[in-house]
Design a protein around this ligand. Structure first.
Ligand code: KG4
Ligand code: ZN
Length: 338
């Protein structure tokens, strides 16, 4: 079954063709990152306009790359939540028109479910149940994936997302948006023990996370050094910050593994590309004999293939959208309300 998949929830326009949820026949992306870099972050109105400009040509490119025609498409999947509302709307409207014109079913997909599904592409033998840590620019979640369309949120951030903090700290250090990857690169030559950054202790659910205190501490450290004219060891600050984020994510993930008894851990979302976090998770899962799935960097960031993968499983579960399908800025991962 061939799914045409559309993703436009943030600053990447993406159209893919995915067969049976696992085999990527085409994965085309038009990135707007260079444009938003001028403003230091995503400008929602510009993102929406650029999606409109790119999406039709991108769909043609995806069909061409896959070596198929429109008639070969069996269903159209689209990110319908969550995301920048104007941006998501562009993909939803395109997908509705495509499904209507082709006479094929329309399948709305939750963006974070898509990030998790990137693992099905990277690991063709991976099947639920497993535990998944989702760490992206907008979300930080520990999710028990019971089956392809049944999810239980075990822990979540109480404030900022991990990626957002990487980007904010990187921006203050003069790195271009989105700074997570640049900060990661700088950290390679730094001393992770040089700067001591705080850990926030939360009451309530021990699997919940908080990143805003860490972000503020890093920002204050940078401002203080700048105001006093003291030199900053940027690589070491980057390494210390990455370590601190990892120190929030790792113990909670290990606790969730213990509580659920899951023997497979998947990591999803853009922050999963971080080399410190990857290294720590590889070491600890090896020690515990837990299988670790980490998609390649290309599948960690936003892409259409992951929506095609999840779209296939949502289709099998009977999820359908019609011409009244709307876009949603927010929606819980564990309870679809399309
Ligand atoms: O999943 P994603 O592409 O988009 C969202 O759905 O949010 O994640 C983007 C986030 C950005 O905050 C970006 O800075 C971060 O992932 N990121 C990284 C790295 N590569 C991307 N953060 C830390 N280290 C990296 N290597
Ligand atoms: Zn994303």
């Amino acid at each position: 079954m061939k799914v045409l998949a559309v993703e436009s929830s943030c600053d990447e326009t993406a159209v893919a063709v995915v067969e049976d949820g696992r085999r990527v026949l085409a994965d085309c992306i038009a990135s707007q990152v260079a444009l938003h870099r001028l403003y230091g972050g995503v400008v929602p109105e510009i993102a929406s306009r650029k999606h409109i400009e790119a999406i039709y040509a991108l769909a043609d490119e995806a069909l061409l790359t896959a070596g198929i025609t429109r008639e070969d498409i069996d269903a159209v999947a689209v990110t319908a939540a969550p995301g920048l509302i104007g941006a998501v709307l562009v993909g939803v409207n395109f997908a509705k028109a495509a499904a209507l014109a082709l006479g094929k079913p329309l399948v709305p997909v939750h963006h974070i479910r898509g990030h998790i599904a990137a693992n099905y592409i990277a690991y063709p033998d991976l099947e639920p149940p497993f535990l998944c840590l989702v760490v992206s620019g907008g979300h930080s979640l520990l999710v028990d994936v019971e089956d392809y369309t049944t999810f239980h949120i075990l822990g979540t951030t109480r404030d900022d997302a991990a990626g957002e903090c990487f980007d904010k700290v990187a921006r203050l250090l003069g790195m271009p948006y989105p700074g997570g990857a640049a900060l990661d690169k700088q950290a390679a030559t730094g001393d992770a023990g040089k700067y001591v950054l705080p850990q926030t202790h939360l009451s309530g659910n021990p699997l919940d996370m908080s990143f805003s205190g860490l972000k503020t501490a890093a920002i204050n450290l940078i401002h203080n050094a700048q105001q006093k004219g003291e030199p900053l060891d940027v690589p070491s600050l980057c390494a210390s910050f990455s370590q601190a984020v990892s120190d929030i994510l790792l113990p909670r993930t290990l606790q969730a593994l213990q509580e659920t008894g899951r023997k497979t851990l998947a990591i999803a979302g853009g922050v999963a590309a971080n080399s410190k976090i990857r290294g720590e998770f590889i070491r600890e899962t090896k020690r515990l004999g837990v299988r670790l799935c980490m998609p390649p960097l290309k599948l960690c960031g936003d892409n259409g293939a992951m929506i095609g993968a999840q779209g296939y499983f949502e289709y099998l579960a009977g999820v359908r959208g019609d011409q009244s399908l709307n876009a949603y800025a927010t929606m819980p991962l564990d309870e679809l309300r399309f």
